[in-house]
Design a protein around this ligand. Sequence first.
Ligand code: PL4
Length: 391
Amino acid sequence: MKRNPHFSQLSKNYLFQNIWERVQDFLQKNPQAQLINLGVGDTTEPLPELIAGAMGRYADALGTPAGYRGYGEGQGRGELRNAIATRLYHNRIDSDEIFISDGAKSAIGRLQVLFQPGLTVAVQDPTYPVPVESSIMNGHRLIFLPCTPENDFWPTEFPQADLIYICSPHNPTGTAATKKQLKKLVDLAKRQKSLLIFDTAYASYIQESDIPRSIYEIEGADEVAIELGSFSKFAGFTGVRLGWTIVPKKLTFSDGASLYDDYRRANATLFNGASNISEAGGLACLSEEGLEATQLLLDYYMANTAILFDALTATGHSVYGGVNAPYLWVHFPEQDSWSAFDELLQKTHLMTTPGVGFGPAGEGFLRFSAYGHQTQISEAAQRLTEHFGNK
Ligand code: PL4
């Protein structure tokens, strides 16, 4: 049995496994440490009652003859697709073009079956590791597009590529692409015949008016872009698992074949749908009251972001992001990322994410996630102030 040769190019562990191993080792040696997790971007607050209740009622009904449901519709529950199309996209896209997923991460991996191996894939550097590593697994060639303070975290140029993966608001820097930048990108993708894969996992955190929540706010994007969405950070569904993928019907391959048809075909063979309980929760999120309740959670995490932003800025570090996303990207000019990570873990018992784990241009940075209970976030801010002092 021959191994997929591309796996030899991957590091032994996935980034977040690496971090947890280091943290477990630290906790074994320091069992008294009061660890605060500013590392993995994972929601912490309870779901609003109307959303948890909707899932509870759906689960209870599964135990009755009238309420039992088996396999669902291949593309996901029609009502949920309609609610996404109307509530989140204001009918800019058709509900037929929406495929319900169990989250954006596995959806990124599933997209890979559409493409022949050996493509050129351009990614922001730094970026969420999944598009990079799933591209490596499938034998594609990567082009890293540095995103640094010098270019305001947006690639200076986009060389010719078959696929361009863009995340906005951007994990890990917490910055976001403007309408003007995305318009130029869509025009370029048309000219260069590239396919954009646009990850909107953090769209619900956008505060500024010139930052699009969807690539389809840009005219013509439905001819060049697939979009990934997620309930994870929007509604606290990191454990519940629910997302969506938009594949516009206008997308075609170079031979004219429909990308939508192939995706629909692949999805039918490879995926049996998200949990119907999660779908019930997703529908509750998209009701008027659900959207109001989730907004309170989003506000809570953005208030955490402001607490950390103020504390870190006062220590004299250069702090980026945090306006349209709950991530802060902090420069440690005298250190590499892992030594800055170790120093904070050892001295303050704060867990962060080393920037270099997201790509070479992340070296010398740490990512601070603002997900957490507010008391813990305030405690983390105090520890940072005590450790670094105010400048
Ligand atoms: C740790 C840009 C977090 N175990 O929950 P999903 O699958 O709908 O979304 C995953 C996802 C997709 N796209 C972007 C993301 O940032 C994420 C989640 N990233 C982080 O801390 O960077 C969670 C990471 C998780 C994982 O590996 O995904």
